[in-house]
Design a protein around this ligand. Sequence first.
Ligand code: SF4
Length: 394
Amino acid sequence: MAYLLKKPTSEDKLKVLGSSAQFDVCGIPSLFLRKNKRLQRFKFIYPAIGKGRYVRLFKVLQTNSCEGNCFYCSNRKDRNFPRISFSPDELAHLFIQYYKRGFVDGLFLSSAIYESPTYSQEETFKTLYLLRKKYGYKGYIHYKILPGSEDSIIEKCAPLADRISINLEALSSDYLSKLSPTKNFSTQLIGVLEKISLINKEKPLKAGITTQLVVGAAGESDKEIIKFSHFLYKKYDLWRVYYSGFFPIKQTPLENNPPCHPLRELRLYQADFLIRKYGFTPEEIPFEKDGNLPQEKDPKLAWALSHNENFPMEINKADFWQLIRIPGIGRISAKRIIKKRKEGRIKNLEELKATGCIIKRARNFITINGKFYPSTRKDKDIISSYQLFLWEEI
Ligand code: SF4
């Protein structure tokens, strides 16, 4: 059941369709969004990270009218709430106004499935086309491909976007059956991912291809998620897998299910990052007996605490890949340590601190010229409560 708003203005539509788009993630883990109320002020302006700084994405659906009935989704057909659509002209014009006024830096364009995947994809394609051809917009566009879209339309959309993505949402057809009564995992989701991966291989998109998984609604463990993501990165050369913590929505079949804890989402991002950027294998990620990541510690710290045989590590001898396994030392500080060592040995904590190393985290895991600097009691509390956020581009 659905109802329509009478004569909504473009701004009315934006409020509803921006809010409807919030469950598509493309940047910052929800833990940080919830903490920063300023970033949440306008639901259609979404903070992401690009080139080391915040960028503001205008994140919106073309329509929230959907033929689908996914159990967790706010746009599902059986839910009673206002249904609204932008015409391609209206949405392209509205975005350009926001862009020209300096309120946003890029666009994230998605849609529910109205009439059919092909019809809805054609509508978003028209918006994309108008932006590039009529308005000459050259900025960032993350463009969502809908489940079951035809190859021919994907082929014409891809050259106009910086990034394209398809939301797999689940790890397998069994898990998907707990989230959606109608979507077909292999044909409508994996089949489309294969197509966009092929397009990206032939002519790489500027910001690559991505996908999203819903976390905590189908009973999957973190270990299964990380294993599946690793497979996706290798097979489809994805730029990113985004993890969207499940949140129960009223008038949906999953409304009484518990929400995914925001720390779970964050720990998944951290584990994912360790594999992609820190040389960890999925087998090295420390899972609890139930297959989930420990929530009270970030996975790198949890790994270090369970691998005493590697520590303390001598800061003047460790190579790059060893250095970045030390809690408190990231890729940038490891590079600076190696550069500094070319000028002479690092002599003390002050010199190490100057590289950007977080001394309170690192000191229990290192020696400097053979000398160990154990932490104070206060530092130990900081070490266990510290939540590492791994910054990277959108
Ligand atoms: S098809 Fe997409 S928009 Fe429609 S109910 Fe399913 S997840 Fe929601």
